[in-house]
Ligand binder design. Structure first.
Ligand SMILES: Nc1nc2c(ncn2[C@@H]2O[C@H](COP(=O)(O)OP(=O)(O)OP(=O)(O)O)[C@@H](O)[C@H]2O)c(=O)[nH]1
Length: 850
């Protein structure tokens, strides 16, 4: 016979190529692929093996119950390996055939149910073999087939596990014995156990001899174990039936549920909805009785990409609703539980109150000087950089009348505060330098005052200057809609000189005149309401807040609420530092008692004891929701903005400053910097020293840290270096803004870099006739008598200047190193306190790189 290939032989016998290969390999004939050739001898082997197998398969279905097991056992020993090899296949075939006999299965199932603890199941030949090969798995379900085998043989079932096990072994061992021995199971158990041991030994020997096929067996058996084939057939079928029933039941429930939902949805679809303000997509869907997905789809068609929690404005919501044929009725918003209800004061309760005046104008036109003259004090000298940086509020008395002044700073940086000043103000005094005329911030001030509906009195300052030209100023102002009285307009213009104290009375008289015409009144006998002018954290005193009372009277002991902060008024002082018990309308006071620092510009209310906390908590919750939504706030206009922005890159900034006013000023100024490529994002802005968590936040959000009048301590600086966070500190806001602007234009090239030389801790303050000496201990680096120093209190810079004298005991020294004590006095500064830190630094020039 000519040589055939494996696949041809397989085809001839109607079996898989793999099966033929396996048979040949078991006979040590080296074939690997279906293309390998097969000689006559090999062909005969395959033929013999397959014909035997065919007989086996034919024989099996003729058996029933236990005899099936035995039918397999009756195989000739020669063919054992083949049988083992195909054990699983044979088993599958059996299952397949049984699958076609539901009647038989049902019977088995019945028997199982009727005789509890007596399981009638199908053969589990592979498991038995497995047990034989690996010792016994007592108590495991593999025993079941043997119980059935026992039953099939009409043997008494005593239900004892041990016996079953023995029987298992018996069956297994029978595999290895001749057919003649197989059915002699009538021997006593003891004998059979002895037999088992013998057979085990034999099994082992056989295993050793046919290692290869046995390993294949094991693998197959393992594989079978994983699959359901190993489970008894009747169990399989009943569980399948149960599963089917469950699925059917679930499907029915699902359909019912869907129908119910549909019915509900149809009945819930609204034809008219009421809208009182922006609302989330989810809320809109609920109001309309529609699916959220329908709303989102409609928004998409309108060009608005919104998610379920995003907010849509009333206009957008109306368009969407109308598209669904739903009528929209705009209504007044519901009462907000986070708002304090306004009290309508009856006219008879109103009493005259002093006017609140804001001084506005361009930088350096003399606002502070003018107010200074009015207050008879001098604050200009102590202001860093000569620019007013905090709102101050003062009440002055003139001719038995009181006037409250809010000193709003003139620099552009304080636009936000100026705006707030105008809102809390009755009269705006616009200071215009007679020699300089109308400047950009003069116009801005006019616009703020106009938009707030506040009457303007113009103070034409610096009249003493040779170049003073009041007419030119009037001319310029009239061009901006501010017409002087003498020219037929309604604006009072008073020429003054802060320097020479000229025209001040005239100005004050005119303020009172305008106030009189305005008939400014308030009810002093009600709970207080006012505005937070300024707030900061003082280590010793806690939150310190300048408040302007606008209505009612604020008393020590009152429970107060401002934004999300609340507390009880512990103490109140006026602008002269005198303690006051009651603050009436238009009176500015500094109060202590807030648990946290409120935001400047916040409305402060005196409330019932139990109200404060509840409302504050509600406000915090509302704020959180708003914060979440604001980042994704979406309107139809927004889409256009986003397209315009294109791929914008963000410059993340963290702001820390000494007082809330500065925080806001810096934030406002930075955010107003416009640049096509970069958008400024204020990641965090707060009052207080720069701390480690600021640096970590900056590191995580890739932000720079800008400190204004605050300093990091040594540890924070170290962390910043480690995290490679750019940390910049400033004393003048203008410099900070300039830096950012230049950096964004790519023009930031610092010529000097600040290097901290050393730090000393003030441990004792010694007062001498000549100076205040800070008895200090150098904690790091060195302090030199020529270095520039800053005095830091609770992380806030309170002074920056030079060392006046540096002493060790009584001797003047040039420098003092770490771990030494010394006496330091500062040039022109006496307010040194224990616990302050003196930081010595020098400005190092950075050589331009060629
Ligand atoms: N000659 C003259 N100089 C004045 C007069 N008023 C103010 N100055 C000077 O103008 C400069 C600016 O004065 P400030 O009072 O600080 O001006 P400001 O508008 O408060 O400035 P900012 O706080 O920076 O907004 C100071 O050098 C004052 O001495 C005045 O009536 N005559």
């Amino acid at each position: 016979m000519s040589k055939k290939r494996v696949h041809e032989v397989a085809k001839e016998f109607g079996v898989d190529n793999k099966q033929v290969i396996t048979i040949l390999q078991q006979h040590n004939i080296p074939v690997k692929t279906p293309l390998n050739s097969v000689d006559d001898n090999a062909y005969a082997i395959v033929k013999q093996a397959l014909s035997r197998k065919g007989e086996t398969q034919k024989a099996v279905p003729q058996q029933s119950g236990a005899s099936k097991t035995e039918a397999v056992h009756k195989e000739a020993p020669k063919a054992q390996h083949t049988e083992k090899q195909h054990g699983s296949n044979g088993h599958k075939q059996e299952q397949h055939k049984q699958g076609g006999k539901p009647q038989e299965q049902k019977q088995h199932g019945k028997q199982y149910n009727q005789k509890s603890g007596f399981r009638h199941v199908q053969i589990n030949e592979p498991t038995n073999k497995n047990n034989n090969a690996h010792g016994n798995n007592q108590g495991k379900p593999q025993n079941r087939p043997n119980q059935q085998t026992q039953q099939g043989n009409n043997r008494p079932n005593n239900g004892q596990q041990r016996q079953n096990d023995t029987r298992n072994n018996d069956n297994r061992n029978n595999d290895n014995r001749s057919n003649n021995n197989r059915n002699n199971d009538n021997r006593p158990n003891n004998n059979r156990n002895a037999d088992n041991r013998q057979n085990d030994t034999r099994n082992n020997n056989q295993s050793a001899r046919s290692e290869q096929p046995n390993r294949n067996d094991e693998r197959r058996n393992k594989k079978n174990k994983k699959g359901s084939q190993n489970r008894p057939q009747s169990l399989l079928s009943t569980s399948m039936q149960k599963k089917k029933n469950r699925v059917k039941q679930r499907n029915e429930q699902y359909i019912q549920h869907k129908e119910e939902e549909k019915r509900k949805a149809e009945s819930a679809i609204a034809t008219v909805i009421e809208l009182s303000g922006p609302l989330s997509v989810k809320d809109l869907a609920e109001k309309m009785g529609r699916e959220v997905s329908e709303i989102i789809k409609k928004l998409m068609l309108l060009g608005v990409m919104a998610t379920i929690n995003q907010e849509v404005d009333v206009d957008t919501a109306t368009v969407v609703a109308e598209d669904f044929g739903v009528e929209v009725v705009e209504v007044e918003p519901d009462e907000d539980p986070t708002e304090i209800q306004e009290i309508e004061d009856a006219p008879e309760t109103l009493k005259p109150r002093p006017p609140v005046v804001t001084i506005m104008g361009h930088v350096d036109h003399g606002k502070t000087s003018l107010l200074d003259v009015i207050r008879q004090t001098n604050v200009t000298a102590s202001e860093a950089g000569g620019i007013t940086q905090h709102i101050g509020a003062y009440q002055v008395r003139y001719n038995d009348n009181k006037i409250t002044f809010l000193d709003t700073p003139g620099h552009e940086a304080f636009t936000a505060m100026r705006l707030r000043g105008a809102k809390s103000t009755d009269i705006a005094v616009l200071v215009v330098a007679a020699d300089d005329g109308v400047m950009p911030q003069t116009i801005e001030a006019i616009n703020h005052a106009k938009s707030a509906g506040v009457p303007i009195i113009v103070a034409i300052n610096k009249m003493d200057k040779p170049g003073a030209n009041p007419d030119h100023v009037k001319q310029q102002l009239s061009e901006h809609g501010i017409m002087p009285e003498e020219w037929g307009g309604d604006t009072i213009m008073v020429p003054v000189s802060a320097k020479q104290r000229m025209g001040i009375d005239d100005l004050l008289e005119n303020i009172l005149l305008v106030a009189e015409v305005m008939e400014l009144k308030a009810n002093p006998n009600r709970r207080a309401q006012g505005i937070v002018i300024e707030a900061q954290l003082d280590k010793g005193r806690g939150a310190v807040c300048t408040v302007l009372v606008q209505k009612g009277s604020l008393r020590v002991g009152d429970t107060i609420l401002a934004g999300t902060c609340y507390g009880k008024v512990r103490a109140m002082t006026n602008e002269r530092g005198e303690k006051v018990k009651v603050a009436r309308p238009s009176m500015p006071v500094e109060i202590l008692g807030f648990s946290e620092v409120p935001q400047a510009g916040e409305i402060i209310d005196s409330v019932e004891d139990n109200e404060a906390r509840t409302i504050a908590e509600k406000r915090i919750a509302k704020q959180r929701v708003q914060e979440l939504q604001s980042s994704h706030k979406i309107t139809l206009d927004d889409i256009f903005n986003q397209i315009q922005q294109g791929e914008l890159k963000d410059l993340n900034i963290i702001i820390k400053a000494d007082v809330q006013g500065s925080v806001e000023a810096l934030r406002q100024s930075l955010e107003s910097i416009k640049n096509d490529e970069v958008r400024i994002v204020i990641v965090h802005a707060a009052v207080g020293a720069i701390n480690e968590s600021d640096i970590m936040l900056a590191s995580a959000s890739n932000a720079i840290v800008m400190g204004f009048n605050v300093r990091p301590d040594a540890n924070v600086r170290r962390v910043a270096e480690q995290e490679k966070v750019d940390l910049r500190t400033y004393r003048v806001i203008y410099d900070a803004i300039n830096d950012v602007e230049s950096a964004m234009r790519g023009m930031l090239s610092p010529e000097f870099k600040e290097v901290v030389v050393g730090r000393a801790e003030v441990r004792q303050v010694i007062s001498t006739p000549k100076a205040i000496v800070a008895g200090s201990y150098v904690t790091e680096g060195r302090i030199t008598n020529d270095s520039e120093v800053r005095l830091i209190r609770d992380g806030i810079v309170v002074f920056e200047g030079k060392v006046d004298s540096l002493r060790r005991f009584k001797d003047e020294v040039k420098e003092v190193k770490t771990s030494f004590e010394c006496g330091i006095s500062l040039e022109g500064y006496r307010d040194v306190k224990e616990g302050d830190v003196i930081e010595a630094f020098l400005m190092e020039e950075i050589k331009p790189q060629l």
